[in-house]
Design a protein around this ligand. Structure first.
Ligand code: ATP
Ligand code: MG
Length: 261
């Protein structure tokens, strides 16, 4: 709402601020209405994991940092929601690992791609791919949702995606890309198809990866390879599901009603 400010005292202040940011970005033509719905699905899973970075996400973020540091040509794929929620964190992570940034949209229009690139540049990005140069196509994806930059995702060995559609993630895997996904839903096809899935909110996951990048920056190659050898996405997603199941059981036993007497 124009002129409405989220009151700081509200118990769900942070969540409401993210919603406001998305609605504002929708008004500016950066986020599509479908993106607002997708965020709602994410919020639900965020509630279930306690709205905090949990151990399974930390482990995945560390593996993601190792993979990004080992990558020859890493690319961070950015859509409307990610730009609206975390443009600055995208730019900082890209700088930290020497990754390209590419705008890549499921609901692609040239105008929206341009606006997202502009927002990224306002946040410090020097180069943003995927606007005028999205001339490549990911095989198996028809129409605009398959268009990518030959200097970006098409050439990448490692692609980081956030809030991505499962069909597109699977298509990236089929053409041999290593995929790091940030997705709050451990059951989504994206989370299940990716090599590394960080089950966490994108606003927390990107800074968490960066923290591990700084820790691992001077580590020898062998140490990074060792982290990846010891990583199993299957296991991490299993942990996320077990965490949610255990947390819900504990809450059910403890009682969850809010008392007013
Ligand atoms: P899939 O296509 O992978 O099976 P889906 O169709 O359920 O998943 P999409 O709308 O294609 O979902 O992708 C959006 C994904 O992003 C959802 O899994 C949602 O949980 C997740 N998501 C939404 N908001 C956030 C957020 N702020 N941080 C991280 N993940 C989020
Ligand atoms: Mg989907």
């Amino acid at each position: 709402m124009v002129g409405w400010r989220v009151p700081r005292s509200h118990p769900r202040y942070h969540s409401l601020v993210l919603r406001e940011r998305l609605v504002e970005a929708w008004r500016r033509g950066i986020v599509v209405p479908e993106g607002l719905i997708a965020h709602g699905r994410g919020e639900c899973f965020d509630y279930l994991i306690g709205e905090e970075t949990q151990e399974f996400a930390r482990r995945a973020a560390r593996a993601a940092a190792a993979l990004l540091l080992l990558a020859e040509y890493p690319v961070i794929s950015v859509n409307g929601n990610t730009a609206a929620l975390a443009a600055r964190d995208v730019v900082l992570l890209a700088e930290a690992v020497g990754a390209r940034i590419e705008v890549n949209l499921f609901y692609r229009t040239e105008e929206r791609a341009r606006k997202i690139a502009e927002l990224l540049r306002e946040n410090g990005a020097k180069e943003v791919l995927g606007v005028d140069d999205a001339t490549g196509v990911i095989p198996g994806l028809e129409h605009a949702r398959g268009r990518v930059s030959p200097r970006g995702i098409l050439r990448a060995d490692v692609v980081l995606v956030a809030l991505e559609d499962g069909d597109r993630t699977e298509a990236l895997r089929r053409i041999g890309k290593k995929v790091i996904a940030i997705d709050l839903n451990p059951l989504s096809r994206t989370a299940r198809a990716a090599n590394i899935s960080i089950v966490d909110n994108v606003v927390r996951a990107l800074p968490e990866i960066r923290r591990h990048v700084e820790e691992l920056r001077d580590a020898p190659r062998e140490e990074l390879e060792e982290i990846l050898r010891g990583y199993s996405n299957e296991e991490v997603l299993g942990e996320a599901l077990r965490f949610i199941a255990k947390r819900l059981t504990e809450l059910a036993e403890k009682g969850i009603t809010i008392r007013f007497d």
